[in-house]
Design a protein around this ligand. Structure first.
Ligand SMILES: Cc1cc2nc3c(=O)[nH]c(=O)nc-3n(C[C@H](O)[C@H](O)[C@H](O)COP(=O)(O)O)c2cc1C
Length: 205
């Protein structure tokens, strides 16, 4: 049961923390997926720009925008340039970890997942149609992301913007670790996917 009564009027920070008050694993679980679903639609939300850490390279981490969420399919989605080092890393090893954090609520969520990269298929084409015109140019740079340039304005763009460098990375969650730092005692819980269902437990913070 979520206990938010009496806290909603005392400022956004208190309200946000109140949403995590459940002492039932199911309540925390529900709140996690509700929050993930909501941040996709809220540009200013802290959880909208998590870190994604890959394992197939130097263990690199970087910020991405959370673009899609589906609890039923255990999916979290981001978009990227298909030529970027992270996408190459995911092609070598599909395992990654998402790290979400909100300074306001003091909640961290880590999600272990397996990635599938979509380029040029039906899914990628469908997502491309929804990419705003102004953002499409980001996928049309002549240089590969990360390659050296002579000066800050040396960026060149390919003729005609197309979706050929546009990658949709769909990740399938296999483990969640939730941590809430709070002055009255930290709380932590985790869930692992056992091929049939999620198995959750409280964890020592
Ligand atoms: C606020 C913010 C949002 C970003 N969103 C994305 C994103 O959705 N996809 C992406 O590939 N890179 C995104 N980036 C850039 C990455 O953090 C990273 O610098 C870039 O993708 C190159 O990463 P790589 O060299 O590890 O492949 C974002 C950066 C910031 C600061």
């Amino acid at each position: 049961m979520l206990s938010v009564a009496g806290e909603v009027d005392r400022g956004k920070g208190v309200w946000m923390r109140g949403r995590w008050e459940s002492t039932e694993l199911g309540g925390v679980w529900q709140e996690i997926w509700r929050e993930l679903g909501e941040v996709v639609r809220t540009p200013s939300a802290a959880w909208r720009t998590p870190v994604v850490a890959t394992s197939g390279d130097d263990g690199g981490g970087r910020i991405v925008v959370l673009r899609g969420v589906c609890e039923e399919r255990r999916e979290l989605v981001f978009h990227s340039d298909a030529r970027s080092p992270k996408v190459s890393a995911l092609r070598r090893s599909p395992w990654l970890t998402w790290v979400f954090y909100s300074a306001e609520s003091q909640v961290q969520l880590r999600v272990r997942a397996r990635a599938t990269v979509h380029v040029g298929d039906g899914l990628a084409k469908g997502c491309w149609l929804a990419v705003p015109e102004a953002s499409r140019a980001n996928y049309g740079t002549a240089g590969v992301p990360g390659s050296a340039m002579a000066h800050p304005f040396a960026q060149q763009y390919l003729e005609g913007v197309s979706e050929r460098n546009f990658a949709v990375v769909v990740t399938e969650a296999i483990g969640l670790d939730w941590l809430w730092l709070r002055s009255r005692g930290h709380r932590r819980a985790g869930w692992d996917w056992n091929s049939r269902e999620w198995v959750g437990t409280w964890r020592t913070p």
